[in-house]
Design a protein around this ligand. Sequence first.
Ligand code: BDR
Ligand code: CA
Length: 313
Amino acid sequence: MPPRKIIIDTDPGQDDAVAILLALASPEDIEVLGITAVAGNVPLELTQKNARVVCELAGKTDVPVFAGCDRPMGRQLVTAEHVHGKTGLDGPSLPNPVMPLQDQHAVDFIIDTLRREDSGTVTLCVLGPLTNIATAFEKAPDVIERVQQIILMGGAYFEVGNITPTAEFNIYVDPEAAEITFKSGVDIVVLPLDVTHKALVTQPRNDAFRDLDTPSGIAVAQMTDFFERFDKEKYGSSGAPLHDPCVTAYLIAPELFSGRHINVEIETQSDLTRGMTVADWWGVTDRPANATFIGDLDADGFFALLVERIGRL
Ligand code: BDR
Ligand code: CA
């Protein structure tokens, strides 16, 4: 099978960085057409910079990086420095990027790419709030039917929420964008907290990255060292959940994951439950299925894949 053509839409973020490294290390499976940055974990000025920092860490400076929307569609931006640090990539000390940021707006890059490539051949891998994606769909509705698949990290059912008691961060930041995306009719795969909280970087897994003894391996170990403090304190878990790499790992090895094809709606009205993913896991409504909602993964297989691939960089 030829590699899947993807656009990575992202708000790096240490876990976004690991997801990007996995994609860039896997050319036989994935062709990264471009990386589009969005405001999320930290403001856009930092996420677009961090995306370039990660490309340079991987030695892939020919991947075009675009800056997109600097705020949600209809709300103030909420950021997560309390998790990711001031830069969004706290942990390792990485040089400022020298590779250029593309002039084109990320939304226009998404639209042009979907129009240029054969219909049904481009997958959108979304690691942050869905602002760029929904803005592209609003601006150019003709591209919606051309998307092969959207694979996104966001939402939760059993784990409910991380930024509020009922909402996961990516969906919470821009629930209107999430609603547009989930109602678009595109084939969607969701990697919610239910699965990412099972992808924990325990000490032996952190050691395996560090023992690669390469710039990327050491940086991944330092990044997870940094942001595990937050989750350890909050959840008492044995390490940091690698949320976003579940997206790129799903592309490469979907057999590591399992879930259900169900209906998922987004709460946009209530102040109390804003951004909740109302997932009909138990099939108690007759609302039509619109997403494959992943619930479980083979965590050892996932980390073996990550270490093997990142070891190539
Ligand atoms: C998601 O929010 C961000 O903090 C992470 O990068 C991930 O995409 C987890 O809720
Ligand atoms: Ca992210």
